[in-house]
Ligand binder design. Structure first.
Ligand code: IPM
Ligand code: MG
Length: 370
């Protein structure tokens, strides 16, 4: 029996396929130079699946995702699918993967490479050395809460409804992930909600506090309202070590944190489920950026968030920290050498294409291991 890791590759839409191709290069490099083989199978998600099958995710692909050791996803969505009925939009494919795989913990590290300090929209001294981890709850809250829908009232008025809802176990399990991460980092957690206006936020606050007191008394815990957190992220971002928050606030705050690093094109993510009885957990890795239809197919997109997502997969799913480190070092060195995709281009740097960035990474990996 082979123990080759099975990876389902869902490149998706827009720039998804072109950034995913750079991951393939790295996987090929690992196979050739380090004899690490992956069994990588391609599937369709989002608009690509709608065009082929009529739905953003088929049951077969969903089953493949459940059977895989990890899923790598590019991006979903594009203007050509914007007017489809809600349930058939590209995003539903991604949301079904998250829900059915029970990927409740979404890790979004915001890390500033020294070479990119000047690419941030904030002053260099505010972001130099920034290393923050946003832990976003991913299978609950307003994204999935019932009731939901759009209805027409008797007087003809239309009414749109979504429900923000959390239970204590949902809050506790994502809270544990945050505290465990903080224990391996700088020992500090900010828990973020709107306990001042939402009951679900108040429950969030009380539950995180109780979990802290019972199991993680040595971690420093602070509570913060989400609006304040948005402000603090652009004021003094380095105060944050681990931020734990709900699905919607996490979506918003992680885009904000991403820009601190210079570009949305730099931010990877890992979405993790619970450990099963064999100590394995379901996982999906994807860049935080979207499908960027305006620049798709032009070989100018930044592949680094996708590549760093692949590195996260090695680290979190396959315990291959050494290889993950290697890839992250290659990214760091290539940036230091002055090569940049358009989104992070600065004075005195050289603009390169998506594929040249990928080639440069494998060349740097060669150098690092020679
Ligand atoms: C993200 C994205 C998704 C989300 C979309 C594409 C459904 O913005 O992963 O942050 O809202 O969760
Ligand atoms: Mg988002």
């Amino acid at each position: 029996m082979s123990n080759t890791k099975k990876i389902l590759v869902l490149a998706g839409d827009g720039i998804g396929p072109e950034v995913m191709r750079q991951v393939r290069r790295i996987a090929d490099w690992l196979a050739k130079r380090r004899s690490i083989g992956f069994d990588m199978e391609d599937g369709l998600v989002g608009g690509a699946s709608i065009d082929a099958n009529g739905f953003p995710l088929t049951d077969e692909t969903m089953a493949d995702a459940m059977a895989a050791d990890a899923v790598l996803l590019g991006a979903v969505g594009g203007p050509q699918w914007d007017n489809l009925p809600f349930e058939r939009k590209p995003e539903r494919g991604l949301l079904r993967l998250r829900k059915d795989m029970a990927l409740f913990a979404n890790l979004r590290p915001a890390f500033v490479f020294d070479a990119l300090v000047d690419a941030s929209s904030l002053k260099p001294e505010l972001v130099r050395g920034l290393d923050t981890m946003i832990v976003r709850e991913l299978t609950g809250g307003v994204y999935f809460g019932e009731p939901r829908g759009i209805e027409t009232l008797p007087d003809g008025t239309r009414r749109g409804v979504n429900t923000q809802v959390y239970t204590t176990p949902e809050i506790e399990r994502v809270g544990r992930v945050a505290f465990e991460l903080a224990a391996k980092r700088r020992g500090k957690v900010h828990s973020v909600e709107k306990a001042n206006v939402m009951e679900s936020g108040l429950l969030w606050r009380e539950t995180i506090q109780a979990l802290h007191d019972a199991e993680y008394p040595n971690i420093e815990l602070a509570h913060m309202y989400a609006d304040n957190c948005a402000m603090q992220l652009v004021r003094t971002p380095k105060q944050f070590d681990v931020v734990v928050t709900d699905n919607l606030f996490g979506d918003i705050l992680s885009d904000c944190a991403a820009m601190l690093t210079g570009s949305l094109g730099m931010l990877p993510s890992a979405s993790l489920g619970a450990d099963d009885k064999n100590g394995k957990r379901k996982a999906l890795y994807e860049p935080v950026h979207g499908s960027a239809p305006d620049i798709a197919g032009r070989d100018i997109a930044n592949p680094l968030a996708m590549v760093l997502s692949f590195a996260m997969m090695l680290r979190y799913s396959f315990d291959m920290a050494e290889d993950a480190d290697l890839i992250e070092t290659a990214v760091k060195n290539v940036l230091s050498s002055g090569l940049r995709t358009a989104d992070i281009l600065q004075a005195n740097t050289a603009r390169v294409s998506t594929s040249t960035m990928g080639e440069s990474l494998t060349r740097e990996l060669d150098k690092l291991t020679s």
